[in-house]
Design a protein around this ligand. Structure first.
Ligand code: GRF
Length: 219
């Protein structure tokens, strides 16, 4: 069966990109990386893409007069590569309805919090400051509102009294890598549908749907 073609957009070091590259390197995984696309020529993830031997491209937003022309260039590159699902992986540009509507239901993002809590930047410091006991990560469909959109999968991780933002970020990041691959697999297997703004996934066991510390699984 044909594998779903991914376009992975990133801006920085690219550990989520790496997780997707590793997963898609396995021919048995139901998706493949058709294009790795950075908006910064110095994005560390470009080396990862080269290492994986996947097609990679830089579309530098600074070379475009405005967001619509930049986004048109993104869409042209993604379309030319035959991309069927756009995966934002630490892509640090806001995307306008121009792009979001073009890829409606075909673009997903990962965010390092349990959305709708703590959208935007500095999520870990804000979670610690708020005193919440759980942090986590969310994979969701893109919507015109930042870090919103129908939730596909979440992972919960504890916030320990000794955590600072960096320690917490590292713990959450490990969960991000796991759930991003899992969400892509579900979509590639055709098991994900959006209904009234909520995501339904066919044939998911509790173990696959929840990432919680031992003893916290639903009973
Ligand atoms: C991740 O925490 C991701 O959730 C957020 O940006 C960070 C990117 O990290 N959107 P990396 O480049 O994937 O390592």
């Amino acid at each position: 069966m044909a594998r779903l073609k991914l376009g992975i957009l990133f801006s920085g070091r690219g550990t989520n990109l790496q997780a997707l590259l590793d997963a898609t390197a396995d021919p048995a995984f139901p998706a493949e990386t058709a294009l790795a696309l950075a908006n910064r020529p110095d994005a560390g993830g470009l080396k990862r893409a080269a290492g994986a031997g996947v097609p990679a491209q830089v579309i530098d937003h600074k070379r475009y007069p405005d967001r619509p022309t930049f986004e048109t260039a993104l869409t042209e590159a993604l379309t030319a590569a035959g991309v069927e699902l756009v995966c934002l992986a630490g892509f640090m540009r806001l995307l306008t309805p121009n792009f979001v509507n073009r890829w409606a239901g075909k673009a997903i993002n990962i965010h390092p919090s349990l959305l709708p809590a703590f959208p935007g930047l500095n999520t870990h410091a804000r979670a610690i400051e708020a005193g919440v006991r759980f942090a986590g990560a969310t994979v969701h469909f893109l919507s015109t509102e930042m870090d919103a959109g129908p939730i596909i999968l979440q992972a919960a991780t504890p916030i320990l009294p000794t955590d600072d933002a960096d320690i917490l970020a590292a713990r959450v990041l490990r969960a991000e890598h796991e759930i991003y691959i899992r969400a892509v697999r579900w979509i590639a297997e055709g098991r994900v549908r959006i209904e009234n703004g909520r995501v339904h996934v066919a044939d998911v066991t509790d173990d696959a749907a929840y990432y919680l510390p031992a003893g916290q699984r639903p009973v």
